[in-house]
Design a protein around this ligand. Structure first.
Ligand SMILES: N[C@@H](CCC(=O)N[C@@H](CS)C(=O)NCC(=O)O)C(=O)O
Length: 216
């Protein structure tokens, strides 16, 4: 049985969404990183870095949320999350790397300011700088979405899922998408898919509790 480790307020939600899209049976082991459960000796045996998520499937033990999704899509999503055509598959890889290497540092840097600091303590110069550097990245998405309905072609694929999980950080930190309407409507359609909604409904009360703790 596939096992996914990581709480509903961690990047494990990216994998839970993919597992739901693929309609797979899995066990969710909800390790609360805020309580250091990701540092237990048992967990460090499968992920010595102590990070979540980790996925185990038979002999495969994998880390890196976006990489785990590449594995799931290739193994279980042929012709769906993992397209049949070479260009579509290459775009899934390209956009997944892009999400992790280009967008996530800016989007996560931004949401950290909103999650972990109260309004008065936020670094406004950093927030502005990150927003300025995010704009050209969203221009790239806009160009792609002018060519195809979705990022890898005309159907929803892993490219959309992996990128939407990172765009979520912008949306959750009130990023102003008015200059990027194509990105905004693509995000609304993509992130609002039923498979993700199921995970987000489970996550909402836990996230609200976490925000109360962090924001007081
Ligand atoms: N690039 C990694 C990041 C993993 C990561 O930083 N996970 C966070 C939770 S979302 C974590 O494990 N934090 C706890 C810690 O660093 O101790 C991925 O996408 O999986």
């Amino acid at each position: 049985m596939i096992k996914i480790y990581g709480s509903l307020v961690s990047r494990a939600t990216r994998n839970l969404w993919a597992l739901e899209e693929l309609d797979l049976d899995y066990e969710h082991v909800s390790l609360d990183w805020a309580k250091q459960k990701n540092r237990s000796p048992e967990y460090l045996k499968i992920n010595p870095a102590g990070k979540v998520p980790t996925l185990t499937d038979g002999n495969a033990t994998l880390s890196e949320s976006l990489g785990i999704n590449l594995y799931l899509a290739q193994k279980y999503g042929q012709g769906g999350l993992w397209p049949d055509d070479d260009a579509g598959r290459a775009r899934c890889v390209q956009w997944s790397f892009w999400a992790g290497a280009e967008l996530e540092p800016l989007a996560y840097g931004r949401i950290r300011e909103f999650l972990f600091k109260k309004e008065a303590g936020r670094d406004q110069a950093l927030i502005t700088d990150m927003a300025e550097r995010t704009g050209p990245l969203l221009n790239l998405m806009t160009l792609s979405l002018a060519e195809h309905t979705y990022l890898a072609g005309e159907t929803f694929t892993l490219a959309d899922l992996n990128v939407a999980c990172v765009v979520e950080y912008l949306e959750r930190s009130n990023f102003d998408f008015s200059n990027w309407p194509k990105v905004e409507s693509w995000y609304t359609n993509t992130y609002g898919r039923a498979a993700n909604q199921k995970i987000q409904d489970q996550r909402a009360p836990i996230a609200a509790e976490m925000m109360k703790r962090l924001q007081g």
